[in-house]
Design a protein around this ligand. Structure first.
Ligand code: IGP
Length: 402
């Protein structure tokens, strides 16, 4: 896989600042052609004046032009340099997760950043579970692409039923009950908690959630770490469940957005701990183009600050669980909604979703007081014998619409 990097003079390496997330400092232009089977994206990032930059793609339906002109001269760089740019761009935004195992850069190359040099060695094993899942996902998606080429997916998407309004359902539930709208999660297991529900029937659980008053559902589609699957998403949709469905997946590639849409999703999850600002911007536009809502998930102040700088985000999820350490602390929601960030969110009328570690009416009241208008809950209701009753227990009252 090669990339073309047009620079002011052939061979000159773009200093990292040209790849900086805000881009408006970019004085050159970077064109990265990432051609992975079935999906080629010749992305040109260039800026002529502050705040303008162009993302141009070979895929006509993915063409996103935000203004600006790319320069002409190109030099060829190698895959490991594309990965290096990806890694350095991510590190410049405080992203600790490497998207794939260290690439085969020439011996001794360490780049302007010491990429996780531990005792003088580059760590070529995942440094935490989120990185492990991300590396696995990169490999899994490459395999899935071979079985489901993008062109075939696009045809499936053209014939798919219209999506349901995920954001509207949350707003309506919040207005109807005065409580945060509930995104109830269909989750069999997780790396942090193991098996949550032995006799796991996703359709039965989804129907019980709907009876219990859930506004939307979150359906884990990752099989290896959460024992989920896209067949669950399809089964719930075709069983006639009306709640809009969030495809709970670790998105690392635009192809996954098409696939989620083709399998019946109404919303997708974009995790700021994995994706750069540019990727979130791009995936957000693609999601909207396909009629999908996007829940952009953060866990710390820096990710919240990044996400608030990205245009077009309607839904921000604050995960109280660190996906790197599994530590759960619901005060994280309160912390991230205080001060300037909280003010910006209220000003933009964004919906904040409090995620993870919510078990009691006091927990719901706590995050609601912090400013959330929706909550994403899995363990405390999926493990109940009757998840419908589990929802009433979580809110301390019946929030059902029936
Ligand atoms: O089971 P809990 O503690 O109620 O958490 C649900 C949901 O927030 C959690 O599953 C989650 C939030 N963000 C994620 C990202 C990937 C996988 C899972 C998640």
């Amino acid at each position: 896989m090669d990339a073309l990097v047009p620079v002011q003079s052939a061979g000159q390496r773009l200093p990292l600042r040209l790849l900086s997330p805000s881009l408006h400092r970019c004085i050159g232009s970077v064109s990265i052609r990432r051609s992975v089977s079935g999906f080629a994206m010749d992305t040109r990032i260039s800026s002529r004046s502050p705040s303008q930059f162009t993302i141009r793609s070979q895929q006509s339906d993915l063409k996103e032009s935000l203004g600006g002109v790319a320069s002409s001269s190109d030099v060829r760089i190698k895959e490991w340099e594309v990965d290096m740019y990806q890694n350095e761009l991510a590190i410049s935004q405080g992203i600790r997760i490497r998207r794939k195992p260290p690439s085969k850069a020439p011996l001794g190359y360490s780049g302007p950043f010491e990429l996780r040099l531990l005792n003088g060695q580059v760590a070529d094993s995942p440094s935490n579970i989120l990185e492990e899942i991300t590396w696995y996902k990169d490999h899994e998606v490459s395999r899935m692409k071979e079985l489901n080429p993008l062109e075939a997916l696009k045809k499936a998407v053209e014939n798919a039923p219209p999506t349901r309004d995920f954001v509207g359902a949350l707003r309506m539930a919040h207005q109807r009950t005065g409580f945060p709208g509930l995104i109830a999660e269909v989750k069999k297991a997780s790396p942090s908690r193991g098996i949550l529900k032995e006799n796991f029937d996703p359709v039965e659980i989804a129907q019980a959630y709907e009876r219990g008053g859930a506004a939307c559902l979150s359906v884990l589609t990752d099989q290896k770490y959460f024992k989920g699957g896209f067949e669950n998403l399809e089964a719930i949709r075709s069983a006639g469940v009306k709640c809009p469905l969030l495809c709970k997946e670790f998105v690392v590639d635009p192809w996954q957005i098409y696939y989620a849409r083709a399998k019946g999703a109404d919303a997708v999850l974009l995790i700021a701990a994995i994706l750069t600002d540019l990727e979130i911007t791009y995936l957000l536009k693609l999601s909207k183009k396909l009629g999908l809502a996007a829940l952009v998930e953060v866990h710390d102040e820096r990710e919240m600050g990044r996400v608030l700088g990205i245009e077009g985000i309607e839904l921000v999820g604050i995960n109280n669980r660190s996906l790197e350490t599994f530590k759960v602390d619901i005060s994280n929601t309160k912390k991230l909604l205080e001060g300037e960030h909280g003010r910006q969110i209220r000003e933009k009328d964004m919906i904040v979703v409090g995620e993870s570690g919510l078990f009691t009416p006091d927990d719901i009241a706590y995050v609601q007081a912090a400013g959330v208008k929706a909550v994403l809950v899995g363990e405390s209701i999926v493990k109940q014998n009757d998840p419908e009753k589990g929802i009433a227990g979580l809110f301390g009252r019946n929030i059902s619409q029936t």
